[in-house]
Structures are given as structure tokens and as C-alpha cells.
Design a protein around this ligand. Structure first.
Ligand code: MEV
Length: 430
């Protein structure tokens, strides 16, 4: 159904909000209730009260759509929920450049989560792992019994791995990993329940004592990948050739490879896009961020999550590989109406498809930041959007915010104090 449609919506950002909403409605076949969810917070007071404790209200953020994405030949509009200006625009711009050379190619692993059991007080660390492995079928069967619905849907327990840590500060420790296929769910509850259910059996087999029973957020069996090309010609600016821009981007990439101080910021830019998609779809962005940063440090030094190079034809080639433990069922995806709308707009049928889109978004976001940083700097574009926020913060009405922002930019005084002065001057003039 998505095949004939193009996510390259002309001047989407220039259209009034109502027009954009109408496009989104047609794209995602949104119902009146969906539109209502976009207009308010997507979450009733009563639902919020059931979601967490001590609720006193709800909290809104802007919900935008990044355009131009072409992923494995499918046109995608990416829902993004974020407070930071420039992210949606930068992501859309990057997707447009990748699109010119065929868009993104993506892949992903099965939805394999890792659950950890911490075993202590073992009679013999050396043999405990072997004993547990020799009872693997029994343990996996116990897991599947405890979590029937995943096994029925083709998921469930897949394997066990024993990781010995001799002579730690608390003595010998064996960490037993349960690999568990959570299909289209993020799976935190399923795997934590399974771990708690099998702990007594694992204690009996190993002769040890189980302390912690919890998933690992370093979901490195659940990686998603995306790659794409940008032709040099598409990168030429008024002041630099496309080749020069590619060289500057490759220099920036090396910076993020060798220096953790830069890598942290570089990866934060990647997460700007991914987290915005996580928020929009009701996914646990803290889990995703924890996994991403741990994966970035997997070889002992924290480094970039993306790779950039020049291919033989002189194109800029980018790729990303990142753990993405996402769900399209369960958790907030089921409760939050805004998340349901986001999933409708995406038209994804599996958690893996969502993870692949997230990987492409991360790559696009990273490219946009690197291109800006390696050419004009990010402040020019950023300040344009920031000026609007300042105008609102200074007490401007929504109707006058744009013209006040333009005045701040014209005067090159993009400061809250000046925005307040203008708001006051205009009030006096009425
Ligand atoms: C800002 O939110 C993100 C950037 O700092 C990312 C980067 O430096 O690559 C622009």
C-alpha cells in the first residue's frame, strides 16, 4: 500500500499545521480519534494515573514528521517527538540527500534479548557452567512454560551461555545468560519474569545462589544496521566543492573514532533522531540509549556508532550498527494513543522493521550534524529555530512568535532579554 506513495512532500515545513495534519491523516489512514490524540497529549488523565505513581498531570512535547525517507525502496514518514529545534529538519534534509542515491539499505538480527542471572556461592565455578549447559533443554523448557505466549508466537527461550568471573571482590561469580526471542515486543517484562521463574531450578542444578535476575540493556544480539550513499555533487555548497565537504566529513568521522569526548557528542547526535522516534512510538529510550552507548564502548574504548568512508566512485558512504531492543506491542505502545498513531504512520509490521527505520534515522541524523559541523557550523540553522522558542519564552503569542524571531535574526541579537523588549514594545504600540 505504501509502494506508490512518496515521502518527499514538497515544502512540508512551509505548510500550515492543518495541511500537514491532513497529509499525515491520509498517509496513516488516521481516524478522528487518532487526530484527537495528536491534538491533545494522546494520554488521558486516567490512563496517566495508571501508568506511573503519584501522577499530578501529563506533559506534552511536539510531534513532528521527518520526510524524504526511502528505506529498502519503501517510502517512510518518520514520527519524531522531541523538544530540540532543528532535529526534524536536519533529519529530513539528510534523508533527501541519501534518497538521491537510492535511500537506505537496512538489516537486523532476530529479536534476541539477553537475560542475566548472577550466581554466587558456587561449590565449583569451573564445573557450574558445564552442569548448567548440560541441563540446557530442561532450563529452556522451564522458561517457555513460564512464558507461554512468546513460545506460541515462535519466540521464547533460545539458548544459554555461562560467563565465569573468578575471584571477584565477592568471590567467584557465574553469570548465566538466557537468550530469549521476544519477537515484536521489547520484552523486558517477559524476560525478567522468565528469569525469576527459573532461578530456583538454576540454583538446584548449579548448587549456587542466585542474586540478580534482570535483562541486560546491552542487547548486542539484537543489532540493526543501515547504510547509504550520498554523491559528492549533492554536497557542494557556495563555498566548497562536494569533494571538499566529503573530506571534511571524513575528518570529523576520524575525530569521533579516536576521541571519546567527541564520540559522546557525535553519538548524542545519532540519538537525537533515534530517541525522538523512540518517544513517538512509546519505546523505552533509556534502554536504547544505555545499549547504544555500551555498544559504542564494546572494544574497550568509547567510539562512534557510525562509519564513514569514500567509495570508489567518490560517493560518501555511511553505515551504522546499533543495538535496538524495540517493541511494537506491549508497554506504552499499547496505552499511549500518540504511540499508536506513530506506528500507524510508520506502517511497520514488526519490531525489527521499526529497529531498521531507527537505524536509518540515526545515520541520517549523524550525517546532518557532521555536514553542518564540517561546513557552516550548526548555529546558523539552529538559531533560526531557537529564535522562535525565545520569542515564545519571552511571552509572545503563537501568532507573533515568527515575526519576533525574524526581528531577532535581523538584528543578530538572538537573546531572551531582547525578545522580551520586543514583546513589550509591541504591547505598548497596540
Ligand atoms: C546537538 O544536539 C547534536 C550535535 O552536537 C551532534 C554532533 O555534534 O555531532 C550537533
Amino acid at each position: 500500500m505504501n509502494g506508490a506513495r512518496r515521502s518527499t512532500i514538497k515544502r512540508f515545513y512551509k505548510q500550515p499545521l492543518e495541511e500537514r495534519l491532513a497529509i499525515a491523516q491520509a498517509w496513516g489512514q488516521l481516524s478522528e480519534a487518532d487526530l484527537q490524540a495528536l491534538a491533545d497529549t494522546g494520554l488521558s488523565q486516567a490512563q496517566a494515573d495508571l501508568m506511573i505513581e503519584n501522577v499530578i498531570g501529563r506533559y506534552s512535547l511536539p510531534f513532528g514528521l521527518a520526510t524524504n525517507f526511502l528505506i529498502n525502496s519503501r517510502d517512510v514518514l518518520v514520527p519524531m517527538v522531541i523538544e530540540e529545534p532543528s532535529v526534524v529538519a536536519a533529519c529530513s534534509y539528510a534523508a533527501k540527500l541519501f534518497r538521491a542515491a537510492g535511500g537506505f539499505t537496512t538489516s537486523s538480527d532476530e529479536s534476541l534479548m539477553i537475560g542475566q542471572l548472577q550466581l554466587l556461592d558456587l561449590p565449583d565455578l569451573a564445573t557450574a557452567g558445564t552442569r548448567l549447559r548440560s541441563h540446557k533443554e530442561e532450563i529452556l523448557a522451564a522458561v517457555n512454560e513460564a512464558s507461554g505466549s512468546f513460545a506460541a508466537r515462535g519466540g521464547g527461550a533460545v539458548d544459554l551461555e555461562a560467563r565465569p568471573f573468578p575471584a571477584t571482590a565477592i568471590g567467584d561469580m557465574l553469570v548465566l545468560h538466557l537468550l530469549y526471542d521476544t519477537r515484536d515486543a521489547m520484552g523486558a517484562n517477559a524476560i525478567n519474569s522468565a528469569l525469576e521463574a527459573i532461578a530456583p531450578l538454576v540454583e538446584r542444578i548449579s548448587g549456587g545462589r542466585v542474586n540478580l535476575r534482570i535483562l541486560s540493556n546491552l542487547s548486542d544480539r539484537r543489532l540493526a544496521r543501515a547504510s547509504g550513499l550520498i554523491p559528492a555533487a549533492a554536497l557542494a555548497s557556495e563555498t566548497a566543492t562536494g569533494e571538499q565537504v566529503i573530506e571534511a566529513i571524513l575528518e570529523a568521522a576520524v575525530f569521533a573514532e579516536i576521541d571519546p569526548y567527541r564520540a559522546a557528542t557525535h553519538n548524542k547526535g545519532i540519538m537525537n533522531g533515534i530517541d525522538a522516534l523512540m518517544l513517538a512510538t512509546g519505546n523505552d529510550w533509556r534502554a536504547v540509549a544505555a545499549g547504544a552507548h555500551a555498544y559504542a564502548a564494546r572494544d574497550g574504548r568509547y567510539r562512534s556508532l557510525t562509519r564513514w568512508q569514500k567509495d570508489d566512485a567518490g560517493n560518501l558512504k555511511g553505515s551504522i550498527e546499533i543495538p535496538l531492543a524495540l517493541g511494537i506491542v506491549g508497554g506504552a505502545t499499547r496505552v499511549h494513543h500518540g504511540a499508536k498513531v506513530a506506528l500507524k504512520l510508520l506502517g511497520v509490521q514488526s519490531a525489527r522493521a521499526l529497529a531498521e527505520i531507527a537505524a536509518a534515522v540515526g545515520l541520517a541524523q549523524n550525517f546532518a550534524a557532521m555536514r553542518a559541523l564540517a561546513t557552516d557550523g550548526i548555529q546558523a540553522g539552529h538559531m533560526r529555530l531557537h529564535a522562535r522558542q525565545l520569542a515564545l519564552a519571552a511571552g509572545a503569542s503563537v501568532a507573533e512568535a515568527q515575526s519576533i524571531a525574524e526581528q531577532l535574526l535581523r538584528e543578530n541579537r538572538i537573546r531572551l532579554a531582547r525578545a522580551k523588549e520586543i514583546v513589550d514594545e509591541r504591547k505598548r504600540d497596540i
